[in-house]
Design a protein around this ligand. Structure first.
Ligand code: ZN
Length: 379
């Protein structure tokens, strides 16, 4: 018996957890994870996760909402703002604009991992907003929207090839980022798509103008909710309340005042003549995830599962280190197990540590780069 073989569930299914310090895992249909996709669009996914304990289902929910990276505006340099809207408010609104972040996990570096000083092509997307209403009609307002943000080249990008000279030297890490870069990375979601209304940032009257530069960095929602790829993710379990995990408040008839959800169709209704099962545990979770559009929701679910597997791998390694399991034994037992990659994309030690107090900072007054001059991401 070794650390890895616990994961396939065979020992628990047979009730073979005999050692004195083992954890009692409920028997039943757990430890046979299954995921059934019910509905999938670019922005919404409905799926059933079954055969896992609630802790794992909730972990997946939390990883999807808070650990899948996206790119967001984090610092704003105001060159001109003669509208009545304060710089700080405009900077806050710009930070909330969802930007296309397809494949950002491999197509952009965390700026804290980059060797540059103030952001470069490999760790930053630069956007510019330059709008003026100098010749507008008096008394009429002009709307400034997210569609007016334009991506401009960040400094330090790949050097164009010289047909007469040797190819430019690019490190393997940089080459990996170049080849994985999505061409639309950092564009405001819905820009140029008449089916998606743009986000209103400000209204300006005649004679007013805005000119600013934005630095957008890769980040996760553990730092600030603006980096979350999902606007909603929730799961329901036990739609008939057979487990009696909740007590309905009602005035006259709970069955009328608490109508069943659509998920009830996937479970058998309770049999009133059956005695209550004290050993029953939830095993199927009905997930709904809705994307803000920066990353396709399918990719969010897939990345969430990858990140969760990697995190659990790290827990296994830590437990082995504490308990002194022989490394050779562990190596022999990795069949069917996702090998944890401790050198992976920024999930290493210290990545989440440090000062979280600066979350949401980084904006400030005119002129100069807003905030303290150093994004929380660069600490
Ligand atoms: Zn950089």
């Amino acid at each position: 018996m070794n650390g890895y073989s616990h994961l396939n569930g065979a020992s628990y299914q047979n009730g073979d957890a005999t050692s004195s310090n083992s954890v009692a895992v409920p028997l039943g249909s757990t430890n046979q994870p299954r995921l059934m996709l019910r509905n999938l669009t670019d922005t919404e996914a409905t799926f059933h996760l079954s055969g896992v304990e609630m802790g794992l289902a909730n972990s997946l929910r939390r990883v999807m909402v808070a650990e899948v990276p996206t790119v967001c505006i984090d610092q704003v340099l105001f060159l001109q703002n003669t509208t009545p809207i304060p710089d700080e408010m405009l900077a806050h609104r710009l930070g909330m604009v969802p930007l296309i972040s397809t494949n950002v996990a491999r197509g952009l570096r965390y700026t804290r991992d980059c060797e540059c000083d103030e952001g470069c092509y490999y760790c930053m997307v630069t956007l510019r907003l330059k709008v003026s209403n100098l010749n507008g009609i008096s008394g009429q307002f002009m709307s400034v929207t997210s569609d007016m943000l334009e991506v401009i080249p960040s400094p330090g990008g790949p050097v164009p090839q010289n047909p007469y000279g040797p190819p430019p030297a690019v490190s393997p890490d940089d080459q990996d980022i170049i080849s994985n870069r999505d061409p639309s990375l950092g564009q405001p979601v819905g820009k140029g798509n008449p089916g998606i209304p743009p986000i209103l940032l400000a209204k300006m009257s005649r004679g007013q103008e805005i000119e600013l530069l934005c630095k957008a960095y890769k980040g996760i929602a553990k730092y600030h909710a603006k980096w979350s790829p999902l606007s909603t993710v929730a799961y329901e379990y036990d739609p008939y309340n057979k487990l009696r995990h909740t007590t309905y408040w009602y005035e006259e008839d709970p069955s009328v005042e608490w109508p069943l959800s659509s998920n009830a169709g996937f479970e058998a209704p309770p049999d009133p003549s059956e005695p209550f099962d004290y050993d029953a545990v939830p095993s199927t979770y009905y997930f709904t995830a809705e994307s803000v559009g920066s990353v396709p929701v399918r990719s969010v679910v897939e990345q969430g599962l990858d990140i969760l597997a990697e995190s659990l791998g790290k827990v296994i390694l830590a437990v082995q280190k504490e308990t002194g399991v022989d490394e050779d034994e562990a190596e022999d037992a990795d069949e069917g197990m996702v090998a944890p990659d401790l050198n992976g994309n920024g999930y290493g030690a210290g990545a989440y540590g440090g000062d979280q107090g600066g979350v949401g900072g980084g904006y400030g007054a005119t002129p100069g780069w807003a905030g303290s001059g150093m994004s929380p991401l660069r600490r």
